[in-house]
Design a protein around this ligand. Structure first.
Ligand code: HEM
Length: 293
């Protein structure tokens, strides 16, 4: 029976690297993907396949759809589809560099590396805005249930669907806000992580409260801060058994129904957005049989 890629359910590593690849036109990716299967263990190297790649293999993964480009009042959520996504988890920057070079070489010439972002654990699990991230994540069996397709599912059991967005923070705007304004935009106090009961409807945790949706919208968030020079933000990563919960949360953040935009947009915005399917693991290797490999 398939097990999930272990990195999905494990706690965040101290360091990480996110690689996004596009497919070269008219390329034949099968050999590169077999090489990838030998290199990726699902624990230190978590892999997701985009719809573009699945269609290039003339296959279909039910539930793997295109990331929606959406707009709210004065805010924009772009869709930037990618063929392949790799999350390298580690604790040594040099080792991450060498591992990503090996992957890039194994994937050439069919795949081109489009984005390569270093990420890290900040202040014990805080976003670069200073707020603790991941508090309301389901844990244990609840996390497995939220993130991993039922192992009994004959085709996709053990696999997962991941939404990935690179958010870039506007640090000048953040620095110009008072501590109260920041707290109210999130709906938790930065200083002690307590939820603010009378936070406005725009507060992020009010917009996204997982139990407030019908059906409940549980996801397993594994986001990490990223930095490049003096730019930075959050690589938002959420695993689930479908994209429905993420999309419901995102639409609420944009105020699709009530016109209220999430307070987070005061200091951050998404630069990318893509969906991937993360296969399960069988005998220690990625199970690529749903892709005909
Ligand atoms: C830069 C972008 C983001 C930042 C800095 C951020 C930060 C936070 C923080 C500080 C919390 C409260 C602590 C916690 O429960 O983790 C939180 C909760 C949450 N966020 Fe975000 N978030 C971001 C983007 C998103 C996006 C794009 C979504 C989904 C579309 C999302 C979904 C959630 C959910 C589901 C919760 C838990 C809500 C609950 O059930 O209480 N976040 N986020």
């Amino acid at each position: 029976m398939n097990t999930p890629q272990a990195g999905i359910l494990l706690p965040l590593p101290p360091l990480a690297r996110y690689l996004s690849f596009s497919l070269e036109p008219s390329s034949h990716p099968s050999d590169s993907l077999r090489a990838l299967r030998d290199l990726a263990d699902g624990e230190r190297t978590v892999v997701g396949f985009g719809r573009l790649l699945v269609s290039a293999l003339s296959e279909e993964i039910p539930g793997l759809r295109a990331f929606p480009a959406l707009t709210g009042l004065g805010v924009d959520v772009p869709a930037t589809p990618m063929a392949l996504w790799i999350w390298l988890r580690g604790d040594d920057r040099g080792e991450l560099l060498h591992r990503s070079r090996r992957l890039e070489q194994a994937l050439a010439p069919a795949f081109r590396l489009d984005d390569n972002r270093d990420a890290f654990l900040h202040a014990g699990g805080r976003d670069l805005s200073g707020f603790e991230d991941g508090t309301e994540n389901p844990t244990g069996d609840a996390a497995r249930e939220a993130a991993i397709v039922d192992p009994k599912d004959p085709r996709l059991g053990g696999s997962s669907f991941v939404a990935v967005q690179r958010w870039a923070h506007n640090f000048s705007r953040l620095e110009a806000m008072t501590a109260d304004e920041r707290d109210l935009s999130v709906g938790r106090r930065q200083v002690d992580n307590d939820e603010i009961d009378d936070a406005p409807e725009s507060a992020h945790v009010k917009r996204t409260a997982q139990e407030s949706f019908t059906p409940a919208a549980f996801v397993v968030r594994r986001s990490m801060p990223w930095v490049e020079g003096n730019r930075g933000g959050l690589m938002f990563v959420s695993f689930a058994t479908s994209f429905d919960a993420f999309e419901a949360q995102l639409r609420r953040m944009l105020g699709t129904e009530d016109g209220i935009v999430d307070g987070l947009f005061k200091f951050t915005h998404p630069e990318t957005g893509a969906y991937f399917w993360c296969p399960g693991v069988v005998d220690g290797r990625l199970d690529l049989s749903p892709l005909g490999l």
